[in-house]
Design a binder for this molecule. Structure first.
Ligand SMILES: Cc1cc2nc3c(=O)[nH]c(=O)nc-3n(C[C@H](O)[C@H](O)[C@H](O)COP(=O)(O)O)c2cc1C
Length: 205
């Protein structure tokens, strides 16, 4: 089934207007099956050295978010046996903040001629595409890592046993009507013309 797409803004306006929205501000409805499908399709257009297609996604919604919260809490208890009940409860509640959580991971091929960092970057690019696609469909989203994304117990529960790993969680939902404006950096602060080797004095600055 084709996704119910909202009218597209011109591509650059769309990309320039993307912003992260905190998971706590993302409400129902989340993306439908067709919309999630469209987002994943866009993710799958990420560049990928060697055609490894190393990315993989686990969509968590509805009651499964409670089970993911339990996994987060169990993982915290294993990392820190002194974790207090309020902290465990906070972990249980994390996935419930937004209607849909997409666990983004990478199927790592450790000894492949394509370096592992390139496999990770490809999965990162796919995750970025997912964020842009969510925005294009009118949803708010945010890429979050934190301890859960790096905990092998969490990764395993989501189907990413080592050497596979998570690159993060994308929380998706309906954004609030009003948002505080965000400041964006100036291009000059991050890009410059290169005309030859950078002098040592400038390199050190
Ligand atoms: C790999 C990665 C991991 C991130 N993890 C977190 C996180 O755990 N918590 C958080 O508050 N922001 C995290 N962020 C930052 C937000 O996703 C977001 O980019 C940031 O708040 C800036 O908002 P913007 O996307 O509108 O520029 C992460 C970003 C990236 C790329």
């Amino acid at each position: 089934m084709a996704a119910q797409r909202k009218p597209l803004m011109p591509a650059l306006d769309l990309l320039l207007s993307r912003r992260s929205i905190s998971p706590v501000l993302l409400t129902d409805p989340g993306p439908s099956d067709a919309e999630i499908n469209a987002m994943i399709e866009v993710a799958l257009r990420a560049p990928d050295h060697g055609n490894l297609r190393p990315w993989a996604f686990a969509i968590v919604r509805g009651d499964a978010r409670r089970r993911l919260g339990d996994v987060f809490a169990e993982a915290l208890a294993a990392r820190d046996p002194t974790a207090t009940e309020p902290l465990l409860e906070r972990e249980r509640g994390r996935p419930l903040r937004s209607p849909v959580v997409i666990a983004c991971g990478v199927r790592v091929r450790p000894d492949h001629k394509i370096a592992e960092i390139e496999q990770l970057m490809a999965a990162g690019a796919a995750t970025m595409n997912l964020l842009n696609a969510a925005h294009a469909l009118g949803f708010g989203a945010m890429w979050v890592t934190g301890a859960n994304a790096y905990d092998p117990m969490v990764a395993e529960a989501l189907g990413f046993a080592a050497p596979d790993r998570l690159v993060g969680f994308v929380y998706v939902g309906t954004p609030p009507e009003a948002l505080r404006p965000v400041e964006r950096p100036a291009v000059e602060a991050h890009a410059r013309e290169w005309t030859g080797p950078v002098p040592a004095a400038v390199r050190a600055a």
